[in-house]
Design a binder for this molecule. Structure first.
Ligand SMILES: Cc1ncc(COP(=O)(O)O)c(C=O)c1O
Length: 420
């Protein structure tokens, strides 16, 4: 850097020296041009960055395959047959679950479907599914498809509510609700829901309560077991840094494990490992979340998830949350200069206890950019600041505590002040 630092930039850099995070463990994409070598990457809520360890670990798995062929199922350094179990412990610790309650498999929406096969059981008047009005579209499509699968009209069975309406609705109409399925952290607004309170209220109303933790896993501390959550699913490509389309996770509470009354879709990986190769025509599912598996897992895709989960284990979610509160609080403070005299407002709750790493901005009329997409393109091309948009008017910035810096936050705000 040749240009003299402003006091604000010097302060951001000083904060980073005191609070460095784990940036050196990641590949940070280079900036297109300009003053800084690296991008200010604030899109880890969309796609997390690649840990440096991932390539080496993946190559080791590939080498086993090259060297061993089919024998790798038993003889690989990390044998493929029980490979998925290597991910279970760290994934369970991440979401506050018992290992028996946790399984890494498939992708997020597929897991939501497999879990709804078991946990959406409409019966008589109790047939509704409550989701949030700003649910991610995949969840909305999935619950509508589940309603149709049961012969119900999705326009009637699916109830879309603002987050603040959920508790009141459960108290008033809860006897018609079969399932509550909400995002733990909303993808658009970044609002962290009160997972224990909503879970308790859902249960009090006689409903099953499941959570989509796509934006919560690896972002905020979770205690799914203690909170009594019935089921949950999450993806691994956002805060979990396991690569595009990475293998997802699922949780089923202990009280449901081994329940023969619960329907499940099955395949050969639903049966217990010890007798799988007896090739019996009838499965013997274990009394663990593994029973929700269907197919044998994609080993080469599991490796990056394993590497990333090991990192979370080393650093610990509690320490990450501490740093996340500092970083996001710092960004929120800097953004006041933008919202003070530019036509934008912050959508995310101001209370740090009600949000994770993400802050969402809404562009109002009168802005010098026509859409959030246009703003995102300008931030990237002119400033090397990577954010993301949800059209037409929402910009999302997520300083992720593993690798984002105070300086990234400062750069984002300088870029917004220049472009808006
Ligand atoms: C909240 C939420 N749910 C579901 C999905 C869809 O995930 P997948 O394509 O991995 O099934 C996403 C993707 O970003 C998401 O953010």
């Amino acid at each position: 850097m040749t240009t003299a630092l402003t006091a604000a930039e010097a302060e951001a850099l000083q904060r980073d020296r005191a609070d460095p995070g784990h940036r050196a463990l990641f590949h940070i994409p280079p900036a297109p041009a300009g003053r800084y070598a690296e991008t200010a990457y604030l899109a880890g809520n969309s796609l997390g960055l690649q840990p440096r360890a991932t390539r080496e670990q993946l190559l080791a798995d590939l080498d086993d395959w090259a060297r061993l062929g089919v024998a790798g199922h038993l003889d690989a350094a990390r044998p493929w047959l029980p490979y998925h179990a290597l991910l279970t412990g760290p994934a369970a610790r991440l979401v506050g679950a018992l290992p028996a309650e946790t399984v890494v498999m498939n992708s997020l929406t597929v897991n939501l479907h497999l879990l709804m096969v078991s946990f959406y059981r409409p019966s008589g008047r109790r047939d509704r599914i409550v989701i949030e009005d700003s649910a991610f579209p995949s969840d909305s499509y999935a619950v509508r498809a589940q309603a149709r699968f049961h012969g119900l009209d999705p326009d009637r069975a699916v109830v879309r509510l603002a987050p603040g309406e959920v508790l009141g609705y459960l108290a008033a109409e809860g006897d018609e609700v079969a399932l509550v399925l909400l995002g733990g952290v909303n993808y658009l607004t970044g609002e962290l829901m009160d997972i224990p309170a909503i879970t308790e209220a859902g249960h009090a109303a006689g409903a099953v309560v499941g959570w989509d933790l796509a934006h919560a896993a690896g972002n905020v501390p979770l205690r799914l077991h203690d909170w009594g959550v019935d089921f949950a699913a999450w993806c691994s490509y956002k805060y979990l840094n396991s690569g595009p389309g990475a293998v997802a996770g699922a949780f089923v509470h202990e009280r449901h494990l081994g329940d023969p009354a619960l329907p499940r879709f099955e395949g050969w990986w639903s049966t217990e490992q010890a007798t799988r190769f007896e090739m019996a025509p009838v499965s013997r599912p274990p009394a663990t979340a593994d029973a929700w598996q269907v197919s044998n897992p994609p080993i080469m895709a599991m490796g990056p998830v394993r590497t990333s989960l090991e990192l979370f284990d080393q650093v610990g979610m509690a320490a990450l949350r501490e740093r996340s509160l500092r970083l996001t609080g710092y960004l929120a403070g800097l953004l006041e200069a933008v919202t003070a005299d530019r036509p934008v407002s912050v959508l995310t709750p101001a209370d740090p206890a009600r949000r994770g790493a993400q802050l969402s901005l809404r562009l109002h009329g009168g802005s010098s950019v026509s859409t959030a997409g246009e703003l995102v393109r300008r931030l990237a091309a002119r400033h090397g600041v990577v954010a993301d948009d949800r059209e037409p008017d929402v910009l999302r910035l997520a300083p992720t505590p593993l690798y984002s810096t105070h300086h990234d936050c400062w750069r984002a705000v300088e870029a917004l002040l220049a472009e808006l």
